[in-house]
Design a protein around this ligand. Structure first.
Ligand code: FAD
Length: 485
């Protein structure tokens, strides 16, 4: 009988926990450690962030779902891993600090036989001075509560526009190394849609400020689409969406600092610029959540398990190489941690081996390089893959082979809402296969049959359907396991 501990109850961790509870024979235990009481369907935070959806529609409490599925839930944050056990016991364990009411601040050492690290990103607002809703001057849509605040500020901006005051709204990336450009892309079009619905678009300047060197890069080095035998690029496709909506783009930008009403940034040519703003939603760079690791004697082995970014090292090829020499097969397949065959890191928590988008430095040497995205679909697939590997190990013994799911074989779909509304909504739907381009298999890096970009009302309905389907799945309701990740 084995104890499986999952750190994190987001897309990847929650998916892993549900499959573990479904597939593990009785007597084995599944414990989820996560600091928040609620599950958040993060992609729909975009609609919360423009006031089109209340926060309660993207959140639900985890405890009743876990109780029903016989999963033990510790509302707590993991702080340290003891993969060899401690000096008292040879049992691997994790230190956690409770965050739930009644146990806040209490610490506990939780033993495990198998561990999945699915702790997602640390939102590193602190890397840019003045960035973020807590200590800075910008809003965010990374969490439901951030999105509520963004909606309030957007509403106030629209009121000022209605009163005749011109306003500048900036949406984009708050640092040169950010990822998740798709989310900012989606938010800027939703803001455009809101401004049009309010009848104030003509008085608003709307700017997309990004670390991408070209529009349509999305941290994946862009895409090639084929339409009726003609090839086009995601740069052209995205550029036309921006032009049609009058959204100005500032490319290849690293934000140095945000002050009250002013963004200071540097572009790839090394020039420094300022941009005055009335409303700004800028995403933070992501890093690992800051877990540490110790050997049995208590010596710090964090560097063995984690990359400097704080993400966990897995079965990838991390050998430093020039960008041109990186290959699709460098990407991990099993997500098993380095040196420990009973630990996996999935979703955003694993350390990518290299950039997908070409990394660039400004003329001053500042790194301006979109980090590789790990979107929802691959994160869910990785969670399920790790769960299946653990189930096989428990059922068939330690020789059972790992399940595999490389981002170089896996597709991703991004349905970027461009405005909510059953009759007036729209969405830009992009699919790519695979996420990590493989030039040895495809001349354009990706399979043209499954790499597409389309925009229209149908995309909005797909996005809305996904919202309801994924909430149904995450609540573990009837037939949840048949809804793909
Ligand atoms: C605004 C926005 C919009 C997006 N839209 C899309 C979209 O349309 N399509 C798409 O595919 N992807 C989208 N994404 C990306 C998607 O949300 C991520 O790919 C996905 O959430 C990653 O899953 P994850 O499990 O790795 O991390 P998360 O879902 O972030 O989960 C991490 C979990 O770990 C927990 N945790 C944090 N610290 C600790 C700790 N110390 N100990 C234990 N637990 C911890 C967190 O509370 C959380 O439960 C969007 C992202 C954002 C920010």
């Amino acid at each position: 009988m084995a104890d499986v501990v999952v750190l994190g109850a987001g897309v990847s961790g929650h998916t892993a926990a549900l499959h573990l509870s479904r597939l593990l024979p009785k007597g084995n235990t599944v414990t989820v450690v996560s600091p928040n009481a609620d599950w958040n369907w993060i992609p729909s935070n975009i609609w919360v962030g423009v006031g089109k959806m209340p926060a309660k529609s993207v959140l639900f409490p985890l405890e009743p779902v876990y109780r029903k599925k016989r999963i033990r839930f510790l509302q707590a944050a993991a702080t340290a891993i003891w993969p060899q056990g401690d000096d008292q016991s040879g049992r691997p364990s994790v230190d956690v600090v409770h965050t739930g009411s009644g146990r806040q601040g209490e610490t506990e050492r939780v033993g495990y036989d198998y561990l999945i690290n699915a702790t997602g990103p640390q939102l590193r607002f602190h890397m840019t001075s003045g960035l973020g809703p807590d200590e800075g001057h910008t809003v965010s849509v990374c969490t439901a509560s951030h999105a509520v605040e963004a909606a309030e500020q957007l509403k106030a901006t629209i009121e000022r526009l209605k009163a005749g005051e011109p306003q500048t709204l900036v949406v984009g990336m708050g640092h040169g190394t950010c990822t998740c450009e798709g989310a900012a892309f989606e938010y800027v079009f939703n803001v455009d849609h809101e401004l049009r619905e309010a009848g104030v678009r003509d008085r608003a300047q709307l700017v997309y400020l990004t670390n991408e060197a070209a529009l349509g890069d999305f941290g994946v080095d862009g895409m090639t689409f084929e339409e009726r035998g003609f090839q086009t690029t995601s740069e052209l496709w995205t550029g036309s969406l921006f032009r049609e909506r009058g959204v100005e783009a500032i490319l290849g930008a690293h934000v140095n600092a945000v002050e009250e009403g002013v963004i200071r940034y540097e572009t790839l040519d090394g020039e420094g610029h300022t941009l005055d703003f009335d409303f700004a939603m800028l995403l933070p760079p992501f890093g690992g959540v800051g877990l540490t690791a110790y050997d049995r004697g208590g010596a710090d082995i964090t560097e063995e398990l984690f990359a400097p970014s704080g993400f966990m090292k897995v079965d990838a090829d991390y050998t430093p190489k020039p960008y041109e020499e990186w290959r699709a097969e460098d990407w991990p397949k099993t997500y098993q941690a380095v040196g420990y065959d009973n630990i996996w890191a999935v979703g955003i928590a694993f350390a990518p081996p290299h950039q997908i988008s070409r990394p660039r430095t400004s003329a001053n040497g500042t790194l301006i390089a979109p980090a590789p995205p790990r979107t929802g679909m691959p994160s869910g697939v990785m969670g399920k893959t790790a769960a299946l590997s653990i189930v096989d190990r428990i059922k068939h013994g330690s020789a059972a082979p790992n399940h595999e799911a490389s981002m170089a074989d896996m597709g991703a779909a991004c349905v970027a809402s461009a405005g909510a509304g059953l009759r007036t909504g729209s969405a830009a739907a992009m699919t790519m296969m695979p996420v990590v381009p493989d030039y040895s298999r495809y001349p354009t890096g990706r399979d043209l049959k499954d790499t597409r970009g389309e925009i229209g009302l149908g995309g909005h309905w797909v996005k809305l359907m996904l919202h309801h389907l994924f909430l149904h799945k995450a609540k573990g309701r009837l037939g949840w396991q048949f809804i793909p990740e």
